[in-house]
Design a protein around this ligand. Structure first.
Ligand code: NCD
Ligand code: ZN
Length: 347
């Protein structure tokens, strides 16, 4: 069976920098027309000037005939000024500003330490109609790791959305029924991305016959009832939910460690994995809307004019990819993937 769909976009990806960027970017560019590139480099992308430099490095890492477009983001800090938000909007290549609670995840040390510190920046985002992209987890060590997303809604996100009635917000990589319900209730100016691993796996996958570091990401996988709620949201045809892989490469050394990094690498098979999840739900007919329409509509960008095709045919991803001076273990390494990417435009 072959499925043809308008070329999809990835509305949340980590491309890294340097040798890591060179190793991974072709996977994203082979599938997606555009991708929202996260700014959490070791030295965070906090200004429009830094985003312009990073954008040039991404384009330089691609083959010359490649039409992939990186959509850049700024990293919100306690010191981000309203002027910087205005410059970002005027640039035309910055499409959102990412809110990391300080300490919540990889390279988030420069993130926001308190909502009161970013009031002026949020007002500027609202004024310039530039979306706020939110990593929605509290960092309070008293809060159970599996509850950090739902507690973030009550303690922080609900206040942001109510306090800024015109601000557009993307609740990134939602993982719980509470998050799905919040997004629905908030209406069309709040969107959400959903990753392939959260559609395909419950938290049991972290402990399947032993500890599985390559299934560890943030927000962490949740129990099965939450996975079911995410599948309903993704496959339900609701325009607020769209594709965002959160593909987050880390070296094997950093993953298979006594204190392993959070992040699952899915860019090598991203749209194929979503096809599996939609197929399992009997809703392949809704994949195109989720993958190729809803995100572009939310961001106010045109939908891609070209197409990709997917073939229901098993293949085995490599055990690892070269990754700088180490290697990268992809999702399903050593296993099989049920769909493969066909020739561009169908057939
Ligand atoms: C991301 C990373 O490695 O940059 N990790 C992850 O588990 N998702 C950061 C993030 O998006 O939280
Ligand atoms: Zn991410």
């Amino acid at each position: 069976m072959t499925l043809t769909l308008a070329r999809p976009d990835d509305w949340h990806v980590h491309l890294r920098d340097g040798a890591a960027l060179a190793a991974v970017v072709r996977h994203t560019a082979a599938r997606f027309g555009r991708a929202v590139v996260m700014p959490n480099l070791a030295a965070p992308v906090t200004t429009t000037a830094l985003a312009a430099d990073y954008r040039r490095r991404i384009l330089a890492a691609l083959p010359p005939d490649c039409r992939f477009e990186p959509l850049m983001t700024l990293y919100l800090t306690d010191r981000t000024s309203a002027g910087e938000i205005g410059r970002a909007r005027a640039s035309g290549f910055v499409h959102g500003v990412k809110y990391y609670p300080a300490g919540a995840t990889t390279n988030s040390d420069s993130g926001v330490t308190g909502i009161e510190r970013v009031r002026a920046a949020l007002a500027a985002l609202e004024e310039h109609d530039l979306p706020l992209l939110v990593h929605g987890e509290v960092t309070d060590p008293q809060v159970d790791a599996f509850d950090r997303e739902s507690v973030f809604i009550d303690r922080v996100l609900d206040g942001i959305v109510r306090g800024h009635p015109r601000l557009r917000v993307v609740f990134e990589h939602v993982t719980t029924r509470e998050a799905v319900d919040f997004v629905r209730a908030a209406g069309p100016r709040v969107g959400a991305t959903i990753t392939p691993q959260h559609l395909l796996l419950s938290r049991n996958a972290l402990f399947d016959g032993g500890l599985r570091p390559h299934h560890y990401c943030l927000p962490v996988l949740k129990r099965e009832a939450h996975r079911v709620a995410l599948v309903e949201a993704a496959t339900g045809g609701e325009p607020q939910f769209f594709l965002g892989t959160d593909s987050a490469p880390h070296s094997r050394r950093d993953k298979e460690s006594a204190c392993g990094c959070a992040g699952v690498y899915t860019a090598h098979a991203a749209i194929e994995l979503y096809a599996e999840a939609f197929d399992a739900a009997g809703r392949l007919d809704r994949l195109e809307a989720f993958a190729s329409h809803h995100g572009a509509d939310f961001y106010g960008l045109p939908r891609n004019a070209d197409a990709i095709s997917l073939v229901r045919e098993r293949w085995v991803p490599p055990e690892s990819y070269a990754f700088g001076d180490d290697e990268l273990v992809p999702f399903r390494a050593g296993g099989t993937i049920a769909w493969r990417l066909g020739a561009p435009g169908g057939g």
